[in-house]
Design a protein around this ligand. Structure first.
Ligand SMILES: NC(=O)c1ccc[n+]([C@@H]2O[C@H](COP(=O)([O-])OP(=O)(O)OC[C@H]3O[C@@H](n4cnc5c(N)ncnc54)[C@H](OP(=O)(O)O)[C@@H]3O)[C@@H](O)[C@H]2O)c1
Length: 261
């Protein structure tokens, strides 16, 4: 018996804290990986060296063209694409307002531009990338799990899109959009062999939530069953399970918030 060919995975936002953990988890299981960065090129290249081999691609996912182009570039570099992971996100504020200040006054810190930029990176780019992935994969996927083709999509959401929590409104809306997309994509693409799932973490030890005020973190811990923040590798291992082992779960939202109530 020969080993099955490695799954070919694209991680959008692989230069981020969680994206990097996902890249490590996928490479640790022998997957072939392409990852994107927007501003942190040095970190992305250092990560590629650390994991032995990975294709590093630049993409401003706030713009429509790159969100689609990067799927083609990854497929070309890896000789096809089996898995798409979306782990890129921002929480923009109006010009002149620091992100840290926006945590206390979210509504006044969000204007139309901040809304558009946040929704474009967090939600629209996921729609565009998945649409391109499905269009390509229809023609090329080898269906190595015997299911007749398709592919695996794992979107990274947040509990901010699922529960009433003190979060910037546009960020929460973008994360709720990912949940809606997960349901609709699962239905539309299921007959073509694609599975689409959402992993929605609570506050993690690092990453986009690193600037949260201590009071918010303490309040969170009081309501968290496990009484601790999630680790990046804990979320990454769930994403990697979906990416590499899933055969039947689709249209599902998996919250990783330590039982927040
Ligand atoms: N950390 C948490 O506590 C937490 C909790 C719940 C959900 N999440 C979710 O987990 C995912 C990863 O977040 P993280 O914690 O790893 O945050 P992070 O460290 O800030 O990483 C964010 C990623 O998004 C990329 N990105 C931002 N703007 C972009 C743009 N215009 N074009 C392309 N890429 C862009 C960044 O690229 P560059 O750095 O190269 O610019 C980076 O790769 C996000 O979906 C986030 O909402 C995180």
């Amino acid at each position: 018996m020969t080993d099955p060919a490695p799954r070919r995975c694209l991680v959008l936002g692989g230069s981020g804290a969680l994206g990097a953990a996902i890249v490590r988890a996928l490479r640790g299981e022998g997957a072939a990986v392409a990852l994107t960065y927007h501003t942190r090129e040095a970190e992305a290249r250092a990560l590629a060296s650390e994991v032995g081999e990975a294709t590093v691609l630049e993409a401003d996912l706030g713009r429509a063209g790159p969100a689609e182009r990067v799927v083609d570039e990854a497929a070309e570099a890896l000789g096809g694409l089996d898995v798409l992971v979306h782990a890129a996100a921002v929480s923009r504020t109006a010009a002149g307002i620091a992100e840290a200040d926006a945590l206390g006054q979210p509504l006044s810190a969000i204007d139309a531009t901040a809304w558009d930029e946040t929704l474009a990176v967090n939600a629209r780019s996921a729609f565009l990338a998945v649409r391109r992935f499905a269009a390509r994969a229809d023609g090329e996927h080898r269906g190595d799990d015997g299911d007749g083709g398709g592919g695996e999509v794992v979107l990274v959401g947040s509990i901010d899109g699922l529960k009433p929590l003190p979060a910037p409104v546009h960020y929460a809306a973008s994360k709720a959009a990912l949940a809606g997309m997960t349901f609709a994509f699962a239905k539309e693409l299921g007959p073509r062999g694609f599975r689409v799932n959402l992993v929605a973490p609570g506050i993690l030890e690092d990453g986009i939530s690193r600037g949260l005020p201590d009071e918010l973190r303490e309040e969170y811990l009081r309501h968290c069953g496990l009484r601790r923040l999630g680790r990046l590798d804990e979320v990454a291992s769930v994403v990697a399970w979906f990416a590499l082992r899933n055969t039947y779960a689709t249209g599902q939202v998996v919250t990783l918030d330590g039982a927040l109530s």
